[in-house]
Design a protein around this ligand. Sequence first.
Ligand SMILES: NC(=O)c1ccc[n+]([C@@H]2O[C@H](COP(=O)([O-])OP(=O)(O)OC[C@H]3O[C@@H](n4cnc5c(N)ncnc54)[C@H](O)[C@@H]3O)[C@@H](O)[C@H]2O)c1
Length: 329
Amino acid sequence: MRVAVTGGAGYIGSHAVAELLTLGHQVTVIDDLSAGHAEAVPAATRFVRADIGDLVAMTTALDHHDAIIHFAGLLSVGGSMKDPRSYFQTNFIKGLVLLDAAKAAGVSRFIFSSTCATYGVPRGPLNEDHPKEPVNPYGVSKRAFEQVLEAYARIGQVRAIALRYFNAAGARRDGSLGEDHTHEEHLIPLAIDAAAGRRGPLTIYGDDYETPDGTCLRDYIHVDDLARAHVLALDAVERTEAPFTPINLGTGRGTSVREVIQSVERVTGTKVPHSVGPRRPGDPPALVAAPQRSLAILGFEPQVASIDEIVETAWKWRKAHPQGYSSER
Ligand SMILES: NC(=O)c1ccc[n+]([C@@H]2O[C@H](COP(=O)([O-])OP(=O)(O)OC[C@H]3O[C@@H](n4cnc5c(N)ncnc54)[C@H](O)[C@@H]3O)[C@@H](O)[C@H]2O)c1
């Protein structure tokens, strides 16, 4: 298949690109490198450095493709509280431009990177039918784009799957790709850097939640598993009952902040300096996927089972790339 991957130079997108190439697909990476890394884009792809909001560039880039996997976007919850407009501009308005280009180029299969932030505060099991009441502009921007996809799908313009990821984590098992965000907000890389002395002590935001150890529970899914799920979605999108289908990608297991810290300590053999701070507004005590639909529709089951395995891959990447991709320049 000829697949265009927006955001293919970023963390999750680069892992999906690697998986697609392994399976023999032809890949075009579309990325403006605002947050991604040229070093993460394999020479075996066609690389188009462009903004997804550029209609002419997108229409040209998408010509003769069978499908789009759309990762490009802004993804910091905190960033979206400070500058919501940029989030709506990139995640929503530029997404509309990409859909215009897809129509012009005749590409109708569309896989979208969505998020569990579309649900808001859990009010029961987090399956795909849970109410969608996002509590921050990031979640609203992703939910709004899902709704556009659903509307376009109903009138036959696209067939789409929105993959709602829980917490993407880890790095490619062969050590070639990993997480390198400029303003890192994800717990595992932050804990690894704290253990390695590359940053100050980690802050645990609240240890008085109604969870087994008082800290927040999240569902960590390995990035190679996420990548595989996207490839499965490319096929599934042609045979789903509805033309638009949202699917959770998680493991169904919750791991607490303290458990992640303990895992990083086991894997690195070093203590993670940390302190306990106040709760962060809008942080639900637990965000854990009900993952049944991903098995039923995609035939997807995560292969990386334990938090230690996830942390081991992240640690392997960090040891080999202490400055992230810039170590390779
Ligand atoms: N990382 C997670 O845990 C997580 C969880 C849920 C959902 N998601 C979603 O997954 C997607 C990828 O996340 P990630 O962690 O790989 O992020 P990332 O920042 O590493 O990757 C995003 C990529 O998109 C590119 N990009 C951004 N704006 C662009 C634009 N206007 N035009 C072209 N390229 C542009 C960036 O340069 C970057 O390479 C995002 O849409 C995010 O919302 C991520």
